[in-house]
Design a protein around this ligand. Structure first.
Ligand code: F0G
Length: 470
């Protein structure tokens, strides 16, 4: 990706000298368009679009210092872990008045020693994006996308969602009185997430169908009406999510890790990390590129299937299924950008089973770190890759000394039923826990269960049970 100079391509619609513009990701097309157009895909060839920049000359060392200094101010733009890095975002000067921020970002990097031991690494750190205002990484992207909706003067925005995008969109829209509509697969999103979009006043439309059906519908509506789409096909979402990498490296004093592990669903997040790495490398912020490692659930693994078959087209998964409902997606929008991220960073995509996800989540819990099931795919994936590493056919070789950061994408309390059912030894691959239990099959083993104990309200008995000394 060229960042500093114009590539060949059609620049008729993008204004010459614009600091940022859309560009088609298909290098053979490369068409460019004005940032003020409501676009998600290339009008010429229908491929995805990037926001691209004519970056001015940057004193990278000085900017790194400036990022650090901004942490000490009370300016909302500096407090935000997204807008603090605004030199790499498509808003300048007066346009920053459109910004809607809730102090998103500022999420910690935590040592996870028990998880490290579990996966077989000497050290493992996690960056927990579940500590955001609405409890997931979506807030990094939503602050930018909703700000763009305001800049465009949109009157109604919408998204399809497995729950977190909708929660985040609803909150940011509520902040500025922007009408928002969420499309969710009925009965398939965790209650924590559903409760958020209801509370934040979004019109919540439950579709009789899965996420992929809801996504298709929203895309058609966005094409045919004035509705502005907030899914990660909207390039502005990915610009915000890009700053997760900036914040992470800033927190690590720009000592760049060897590997970044991230769950894969609709594949916006991993795509945005790839774009961040491309830009940071081009601009001279980093000279080392961490390997992006995407982990999918084995019942919802279209990127994995595409990668291992070297298919030129997406290999979709019909009726995708996983208890990690956030990533129950069979036809991810950003698959091409995710492949680009893997190719640029020499990364890989792998899959994990429901059992591996459930156990990994419980192990993370022992580190005092909660997360939602989709996030635990990262730990499960690391364990699987470490186990495979000595086998000849292993696609990835991870050294136990590697410096790895796992990205945890959502808060534990988004989906507490999953956690409770695991510890009660009552977690089934197929079951409805939100309403009445209508079916259950595929019981998972509660390998690391911490079952509650029942005891009568009797002091002596409790002292005996706990083995307390008087
Ligand atoms: N983790 C969590 C907690 C998520 O909510 C999602 C996606 C992902 C991982 C996967 O990220 O889609 O960028 O590859 N959730 C979307 C939603 C689809 O609607 O909330 P991705």
């Amino acid at each position: 990706m060229e960042l500093t100079s114009s590539p060949p391509g059609d620049r008729t619609t993008a204004g010459v000298g614009d600091p940022f513009f859309f560009r088609c990701i298909d290098t053979a097309c490369g068409s460019e368009f004005h940032i003020g157009e409501k676009l998600y895909q290339c009008p010429r060839c229908s491929d995805l679009l990037d926001v691209c920049y004519h970056f001015p000359q940057m004193d990278v060392g000085q900017l790194k210092k400036e990022f650090r200094t901004r942490r000490l101010t009370n300016d909302p733009l500096d407090v935000s872990g997204v807008w603090r890095y605004r030199e790499l975002l498509p808003f300048r000067g007066d346009d920053l008045r459109h910004v809607v921020t809730m102090g998103e970002g500022n999420n910690p990097v935590l040592n996870a020693p028990i998880s490290a031991q579990y996966v077989g690494l000497r050290r493992l750190r996690v960056k927990h994006l579940g500590w955001n205002p609405t409890g997931s990484f979506k807030d990094y992207g939503m602050t930018v996308a909703v700000s763009q909706a305001r800049r465009l003067g949109s009157s109604v925005v919408a998204c399809a969602s497995t729950g977190n995008t909708s929660a985040s969109m609803a909150a940011y829209c509520a902040r500025v009185g922007l009408r928002s509509v969420v499309f969710i697969p009925e009965g398939q999103i965790a209650y924590g997430k559903l409760s958020q979009s209801l509370d934040y006043g979004a019109l919540t439309v439950q579709i009789h169908g899965d996420f992929d059906a809801a996504m298709g519908l929203v895309r058609e509506l966005a094409r045919e009406t004035d509705l502005y789409m907030m899914n990660s096909i909207n390039p502005f979402r990915l610009e915000g999510q890009k700053t997760v990498m900036l914040e992470l490296f800033d927190q690590l004093d720009w000592r760049i890790p060897d590997r970044i592990v991230v769950p894969g669903g609709n594949l916006g997040n991993s795509s945005s990390y790839g774009k961040a790495l491309m830009e940071l490398k081009e601009l001279g912020f980093i000279d080392k590129v961490p390997r992006i490692t995407i982990i999918q659930a084995s019942g919802a693994d279209p990127l994995y299937r595409t990668l291992v078959t070297s298919s030129a087209d997406l290999v979709p998964v019909k009726g995708a299924w996983t208890l990690a409902s956030a990533i129950k997606i069979g036809r991810p929008i950003s698959w091409k950008k995710a492949l680009r991220a893997l190719s640029f960073s020499d990364g890989w995509c792998d899959v994990v089973t429901e059992q591996e996800i459930a156990d990994a989540k419980a192990i993370l819990g022992r580190d005092g770190i909660g997360c939602e099931p989709a996030s635990a795919t990262t730990i499960a994936g690391l364990k699987r890759l470490m186990n495979l590493r000595n086998q000849a056919e292993s696609p990835v070789t991870i050294d136990p000394d590697e410096d790895v950061v796992a990205i945890l994408t959502g808060h534990q309390l988004k989906d507490p039923e999953y956690t409770v059912n695991y510890h009660l030894d009552n977690l089934y691959e197929h079951a409805s826990y939100q309403n009445v239990l209508i079916e259950k099959s595929g019981k998972l083993t509660a390998t690391y269960s911490n079952k509650p104990v029942q005891v009568s309200a009797d002091k002596a008995e409790i002292i005996r049970l706990l083995g307390l000394a008087r």
